[in-house]
Design a protein around this ligand. Structure first.
Ligand SMILES: Cc1cc2nc3c(=O)[nH]c(=O)nc-3n(C[C@H](O)[C@H](O)[C@H](O)COP(=O)(O)O)c2cc1C
Length: 217
């Protein structure tokens, strides 16, 4: 008789990282940060998350938004032709059933960079055989949300705005989220998170994203 599959979300503790062996297929996970700043805390967090997710068995793509040549959204500009990197972005998003976004907080919300990236990705390309449907790169994606800031709230308020945005685009937003406070002191020289508490909190988001993607995609 087949053993029962895990019904609930696996619990993590210090000793044990859950194994997702009831579905051996590797989850394709896209990770990106809403900042292009050289010493960005959110970019550092995205790096640390990518390493943790690889250890947890995910097939990780770490996208740096600085590698995309995407202008500020303007419908007149779009009418003259969607920039090739927007199509590259849509393809990359679409190829990954699970995403983790590391969001900075600007004025109690997420960054203009993140909004601009998502706006372009969600804009339909008129008459295009694949990208004529605006919801295509978003519908049904399992999305984990993290933030980082040097402040005491860790950029938490950016997530309160990013949650409804991603839900509006028909993503499954994972309920487990984490805001990394005092980010200036959070990373070791090699880039990993220094404290057990922060590592466990981030790992629990990674685990839930993988767990949900294996069931919802
Ligand atoms: C225009 C602007 C507004 C900001 N507003 C906030 C804020 O509301 N809350 C906060 O914690 N940090 C705020 N900050 C600080 C950023 O969170 C901080 O610069 C952070 O390091 C940006 O993320 P990054 O390190 O990933 O680039 C703001 C920064 C800028 C430039």
């Amino acid at each position: 008789m087949k053993p029962p599959t895990t019904q609930g979300f696996p619990k993590t503790n210090k000793q044990q990282t859950p194994q997702f062996d009831d579905n051996p297929e590797m989850t394709k996970l896209l990770i990106f940060a809403g900042s292009t700043r050289q010493h960005s805390f959110n970019r550092q967090l995205a790096h640390a998350v990518a390493a943790m997710a690889r250890t947890s068995g995910a097939d990780v793509t770490h996208l740096e938004l600085s590698t995309l040549d995407i202008p500020l959204y303007n419908a007149d500009l779009e009418a003259r032709g969607t920039p090739p990197d927007v199509i590259r972005l849509k393809e990359t998003m679409d190829a990954h059933p699970a995403w983790i976004i590391c969001s900075p907080e600007y004025n109690g919300s997420y960054t203009g960079l993140l909004k601009n990236t998502i706006d372009w990705a969600s804009s339909p390309i008129k008459g295009h055989p694949v990208w004529g449907d605006s919801s295509k790169p978003f519908e049904g994606k399992v999305v984990g949300l993290l933030s980082a800031s040097n402040g005491a709230l860790g950029g938490l308020r950016s997530l309160s705005h990013l949650n409804p945005l991603m839900q509006n685009l028909h993503c499954w937003v994972c309920p487990r989220q984490f805001a990394l406070a005092h980010a200036g002191e959070a990373f070791a020289a090699e880039g990993q998170l220094q404290s057990d508490r922060n590592r466990q909190a981030v790992q629990s988001v990674v685990d839930q994203v993988i767990w949900a993607a294996q069931r919802l995609s």
